[in-house]
Design a protein around this ligand. Sequence first.
Ligand code: SF4
Length: 341
Amino acid sequence: NDVVIRVRNLKKYFELHAGMFKFWGEPIYVKAVDGINFDIHKGEILGLVGESGCGKTTTGRLLTRLEDPTEGNILFEGEDIAKLKGRELKNYRRNVQMIFQDPYESLNPRFTVQKTVMEPLIIHGIGESYDERVEMVIKALEDAELRPAEEYLDRFPHELSGGQRQRVAIARALVLRPKFIVADEPVSMLDVSIRAGVMNLMLDLRDRYNIPFLFITHDIAVSRYMSDKMAVMYLGKIVEMADSDEVVFNPMHPYTKALISAVPVPDPEHKHGRVEIKGEIPSPINLPPGCRFWPRCPYAQKGICDVKEPPLVEVEPGHYVACHFAEQLAAGELESGEEAK
Ligand code: SF4
């Protein structure tokens, strides 16, 4: 069994500030992540895709235990880490690293590259001597393709480009030889011209060390390039999950279809009707009843979609969709315009 991360019924509810929002004495919750399930296997990259506010960053923070889950299980190599504390949590954090969106904010401006990359070794007590740690830092910088590594050791973040900073952040994650990496929008703040280099670096690292990744992005084209499998999130739920090519070329959920409609068609052979979504993403405080997508869905059916929440079901082998009409939509049997509103 090569499952590294198994997530079951994972939930994270944030309680809103009681003084401002308390209503009839009941606390009000934002359901940032609301009962999600997925597995990530050894050497696999799972892309987690959705608009901002859909819960994808919270999911990454739960998996790295920067947030405590409200409910559910996160199994790492078979062991539930959802409730780890103290030393056990510290050990887990050594195995699971996060790469953040903003390489300008994620590096301490007063630390040299050497100090930045060496810090996790010191925190976790790794390396017998200073010299051994320097060697590990150099190896991590070379793995992140900062060569010759010795030339970077004494530099400060302001002396580096955005791409070089993100490579330092990647080296800092790699120096601990992690067993799993969460990358949260790691290229979205980089200049387009250097994005491919950083993405290829992460793909190389996966190939070289068999490290699985959770790759979080709002960009379905980036996700397709990076990930083997894709999970599309909407308002705290996974609405579609399958192999990445299957999601892109055979999308079944209207929301996924809309995300794909918004980017240039990567392959004109694979046509699917344009789906445009209406309005803004609803407030996660006041979720619509039934399917959370119905107020924006061009296929919503009154009396069904606005009443009953669709479960995530395996519609085709390995292809999971949360829509009452996924099969009819895939077969082209449902016209848009039959709206619930
Ligand atoms: Fe649209 Fe209804 Fe499917 Fe939700 S369940 S995505 S509202 S058709």
